[in-house]
Design a protein around this ligand. Structure first.
Ligand SMILES: [Zn+2]
Length: 341
């Protein structure tokens, strides 16, 4: 569901955001009890992998060169394991906080100098579809950008089949808030019954100013509301970024591009608020680097890969802020008793 909501953390947002979202806030409060009951439906599930290998070929958004990703089923407790080919055989590493090496405009993982760029849309698809165990073999140093969204990853993985495995999937349940703040940009996670994301962006651009998203992330909402949202960029930044070795593969085929006034892609937007939805997609992908599905409420304002990954690292360093559980449903949660009374 798409609303821009005011959560407690937004108390320290600037007035412009509060003013922007205030009109819709009552939708959220009126439905609070209904939503809370629906949030209780999370139950434990078994680990999952894919039914058969899937191969993605394309170009890298940043390298501009041909690259390839081959996914293969993996046994229980493997997690997401990258095999990056660098000419001397594969370098193997897990998709976890230690693998994060760069976060400028994309999330880059690596080990011993071998890198895999732009992992976030692919990892978001795995998180959204609840794929826990998979081998991801990468050639070309970057995950193919495809159409700039997670839609192709979702469709192809669903086509390959999602297979339930023999062991329960543990979760991370947040117990106390953890936040990363940098000026007016911040991201925070706090306890909740399910994974919920509340996100506000403000690029001050004529085509889109403030946009907000608030919703519980389930497989259904991810596939319908988030996965098709494409990455975006501004024409005025293109030359400068290309000089820095970034977005060399960027085009109207794999990104929404804006000039100083409007979107220049002929096909227009997939959603009126496609920009904030894509930021949610990036956040879900970055959170997958925790290694386990997470149950908590993530709120973000003007965040990006740098803050998202710092939140992941902060959580990993703060074991008192979360617990590892096999059943994510709340235990004797008082709010549940109240709302179901
Ligand atoms: Zn992205």
């Amino acid at each position: 569901m798409k609303i821009a909501a005011i959560g407690p953390a937004f108390a320290y947002s600037t007035p412009v955001y509060v003013a922007c979202v205030a009109g819709r806030a009552k939708v959220f409060t009126r439905r609070g009890a209904v939503r809370r009951r629906r949030e209780m439906e999370t139950v434990s599930r078994n680990q999952q992998t894919i039914g058969e290998p899937v191969r993605f070929e394309g170009i890298g958004l940043h390298t501009g060169e041909a690259c390839r990703l081959t996914l293969s089923p993996a046994p229980v407790n493997t997690g997401v394991e990258f095999h990056a080919r660098n000419g001397h055989g594969p370098v193997r590493f897990a998709a976890d906080p230690e693998a994060i090496v760069e976060t400028r405009l994309a999330t880059t993982l690596g080990r011993n100098g071998t890198k895999v760029r732009t992992v976030e849309h692919f990892l978001a698809a795995l998180a959204g579809l609840a794929i826990d165990n998979v081998i991801a073999e990468v050639e070309g140093g970057e995950i193919p950008i495809l159409d700039g969204s997670a839609d192709s990853f979702v469709r192809r993985i669903e086509h390959a089949g999602i297979v339930s495995q023999s062991e329960a999937q543990p979760y991370i349940r947040v117990l106390s808030p953890v936040s990363v703040v940098e000026g007016d940009r911040w991201v925070r996670i706090s306890p909740a019954d399910r994974l919920r994301v509340t996100y506000v962006i403000d690029y001050g651009h004529p085509a889109f100013g403030v946009q907000g998203y608030d919703g519980v992330i389930t497989r259904e909402t991810f596939v319908r509301e988030i996965a098709p949202a494409r990455t975006f960029g501004f024409l005025r930044d293109v030359e400068e970024m290309k000089r820095r070795g970034l977005i060399r593969g960027g085009s109207l085929e794999n990104a929404i591009v804006l000039d100083d006034r409007e979107v220049i892609n002929k096909e227009g937007l997939r959603y009126e608020d496609e920009f904030v939805r894509h930021k949610v997609l990036d956040l879900i992908g970055d959170l997958r680097l925790l290694g386990l599905p997470i149950v908590g409420h993530v709120e973000a304002q003007k965040s990006g890969h740098d803050l998202n990954t710092r939140l992941v690292q902060a959580l990993a360093r703060t074991p008192s802020a979360w617990e590892r559980v096999e059943d994510p449903s709340p235990r004797g949660d008082r709010s549940f008793s109240l709302s179901s009374a």
